[in-house]
Write a protein that binds this ligand. Structure first.
Ligand code: PRX
Length: 692
């Protein structure tokens, strides 16, 4: 293991051939420097004694085997699942080296299984039919519901039967646009049961984003609901779907069926707009179907789902995950990273519209037979104590959330936390962006009463499951570090030439060799898959993140190094926001960068050049922001619009974002060399407009 772990000075820029990757972000967590490295928080003896992985030695022993004998290591784990037919040989095959031809990853090929069967039927067969699978907590306190494993299976089977009846078959795409109702995991599992490929679109995306995704994956059916209440607001989802479908139809993609769940608490059925012949109320049809449904047995390498995520160009990428490896990987990472035990009550605050909700609300926990809390509402509604109210109500023992939520609750004051017991908590988790040490400490000391280890899990939509994560009983923790790789994962840090650097260093985070949960392609665009992830540093999967490894081998994620910004743990491509802005008739040009934001981690900072002669005004600023909300979704709305009569460009016309980032973060004395600009005067002009 020592080769995981030693110091090289930080980074310059990538070779010019490497596309749009920019200079490595400076450690955005200014705090996470040297002194943090020496702050070790050791798990209590009691905790370690009961943990699956109780010591560094135990971890190292398993880790070593997972690297030296991946086939044996993962076969042993995979054997604990139900397979209709065992996988063939080799257990896995891979080519991650673009110089050797097509990128290819396969695990357990020839193995026949079904992930829904492994989530539900096998747990029921093991005697857990009456165990609670889902505690559902509505937006309004006091509105709740439960489903046992038996009930969940019945609900899933009814929907599977309905989907089959309307002609959905193995391999067909089903688009799901639902909020955090129980029907969301039900719909995912129903698709998986019959081999249909689900594509969940986060219900905060706008009609235009939804339309774009519908046109890409061409589903026969869209599953949605009439409306949802999030905090004090009602969002009329069905209207958004209707608008999207008008747009897709104009472009030749007609969706046959829109199955609409009636969410009574949000909106009257009568006020929902309706297209006869296409729209069907879920409650009118689904409950009439039989509550048992045979599963479709599928190959480990058959697709399970598509999930769109942002990249450095405007078009979202359809990340494709397959069945067998994803199943084994999400279940195993869940078990070890949260030290899961059958008595745990688990709550992950993520929405199933993101990968975290796929892997760690639905599949990972249910594969383990866990009891999961699914929460419809906003975590600060009706007050900032809501999370701890829910923790106490359900006796949540594992609580998994995002740093942005931790930071926003931190600002509300400790009394919102301390007035709840929180005694049930045992393990805490963090995901989505680097957690700054001060937020880490507040989470650890206050929320967890200095008793609960924090699993700061680094991973991505593409990786399917955790890649670098603490195993809570094993290692001492360092606030702000994701610690060490999960079993089977070989993270490497490379320099700008793609050369691996050993020991203490910082650089670009890559992964050498595949792991079962890895994505297999980008839907319909294998070439983009290869160029985006496997070309910058041939021989490796490139994550898009920067990383520092300290003298003890701990990993410190430093943020994206490409043109992707991470706002409240949501990935947003700067190009997507730019293309939304320039679609505004009065916007001539736009350049978007991230800037440090106290609560969101990063905020969106847009430099906008207006069409010649148009006066800059506050109304126009609002209207530009509205355009982005409409085209992408509210979560992508720029935090700042900076008027830019001109943008800093090189003589070849390339925008120098490095300079824009410095202006956005007001680091005006660090602008660097601006002499290569076509017109260095624009910089002064921009600075003069900084506070307008
Ligand atoms: O920059 C990293 C950040 O989130 C990115 C992945 O975003 P997405 O695919 O939307 O998945 C989010 C949930 C897994 C990464 O490239 N990120 C995620 N987790 C962490 C993180 N950065 C630092 N620490 C983490 N624990």
């Amino acid at each position: 293991t020592s080769n995981h772990f030693r110091h090289v000075e930080s980074m310059a820029t990538l070779p010019s051939g490497a596309g749009k990757i920019s200079k490595l972000n400076a450690v955005i967590l200014g705090e996470a420097l040297a002194s943090e490295e020496d702050d070790l928080i050791v798990p209590s003896q009691d905790f370690s004694a009961q943990a699956h992985i109780c010591s560094p030695e135990k971890y190292l022993e398993m880790y070593k085997r997972s690297i030296e004998d991946p086939a044996g290591f993962w076969s042993d784990i995979a054997s604990q699942f139900y397979w209709k037919q065992k996988w063939g040989q080799p257990v896995y095959s891979e080519n991650l080296d673009i110089r050797k031809g097509r990128i290819n990853i396969e695990w357990f090929k020839g193995g026949i299984t079904n992930i829904c069967y492994n989530c539900l039927d096998t747990n029921i067969a093991a005697g857990n039919g009456e165990k609670i699978a889902i505690y559902w907590e509505g937006n309004e306190p006091g509105v709740d519901a439960t489903l046992t494993y038996n009930q969940l299976l019945q609900r899933v089977c009814q929907l599977s039967n309905y989907l089959k009846d309307i002609g959905i078959r193995k391999g067909d795409a089903v688009l799901i646009y639902l909020p955090m109702l129980m029907e969301l995991p039900i719909a995912m599992l129903s698709c998986a049961r019959i081999g249909a490929v689900h594509s969940v679109v986060f219900a905060g995306f706008s009609s235009e984003s939804l339309a774009q995704r519908i046109m890409d994956c061409k589903p026969k059916v869209v599953i949605t609901c009439n409306a949802v209440r999030r905090g004090p607001k009602t969002i009329n989802l069905k209207d958004i779907v209707d608008t999207a479908m008008v747009e897709t139809a104009q472009n030749g993609t007609v969706v046959d069926v829109c199955l609409t769940y009636e969410n009574e608490s949000a909106l009257e059925k009568e006020s929902t707009k309706w297209v006869d012949g296409r729209d069907i109320w879920w409650q009118d049809v689904v409950p009439k179907y039989p509550a048992t449904c045979d599963v479709e047995w599928i190959d480990a390498e058959d697709p399970l789902f598509l999930l769109y995520t942002s990249g450095s160009t405007g078009k979202p990428k359809g990340v494709l995950h397959t069945t067998g490896g994803y199943m084994v990987y999400t279940a195993t990472t869940f078990k070890y990273a949260f030290d899961y035990k059958p008595t745990d009550i688990y709550w992950c605050t993520a929405d199933c519209g993101w990968i975290t909700g796929h892997s760690y609300v639905t599949y990972g926990p249910l594969l383990n037979g866990a009891t999961v809390v699914v929460f419809e509402g906003a975590p600060n509604y009706p007050n900032p104590g809501r999370c701890w109210d829910i923790v106490d109500k359900y006796k949540v023992s594992i609580f998994y959330t995002a740093p942005t939520l931790v930071r926003s609750l931190m600002r509300e004051g400790d009394e919102h936390v301390t007035r709840y017991s929180r005694k049930s908590l045992r393990v805490l988790g963090s995901v989505g962006e680097p957690i700054n040490p001060s937020a880490w400490r507040w989470f650890f000391n206050l929320v967890g009463d200095s008793r609960c280890p924090i699993s700061d899990t680094w991973w991505q939509t593409e990786t399917g499951g955790f890649m670098i994560t603490p195993l809570p009983g094993a290692w001492p923790q360092k606030p702000g570090s994701a610690t060490f790789p999960f079993f089977g994962v070989q993270p490497v840090i490379v320099d700008e030439k793609g050369v691996e650097i050993e020991g203490e260093c910082s650089g670009y985070l890559c992964v050498k060799s595949s792991w079962p949960g890895a994505f297999r392609t980008l839907y319909g665009d294998h070439e983009r898959y290869e160029t985006t992830y496997f070309s910058a540093f041939p021989g490796y999967y490139f994550s898009g993140d920067g990383c520092r490894r300290d003298k003890d081998g701990y990993h410190w994620l430093t943020g994206r190094v490409d043109d992707v910004i991470n706002v409240s743990g949501h990935r947003i491509g700067t190009a997507e926001v730019e293309s939304a802005l320039v679609s505004h008739p009065l916007c001539a040009e736009a350049a978007v960068v991230g800037f440090e934001h106290e609560v969101k981690g990063q905020g969106i900072y847009a430099f906008v050049t207006l069409v010649e002669g148009v006066p800059y005004s506050d109304d126009l600023r609002k209207s530009l922001i509205l355009t982005v909300r409409k085209q992408i979704g509210a979560f992508a709305a720029p935090d700042r619009i900076h008027w830019a009569p001109g943008l800093p460009k090189t003589r070849s016309g390339k925008i120098m974002r490095r300079i824009l980032r410095k202006i956005a973060s007001r680091q005006l004395d660090e602008l660097g060399d601006i002499s290569t600009l076509a017109d260095p005067g624009v910089v002064d002009q921009l600075i003069a407009l900084s506070d307008s």
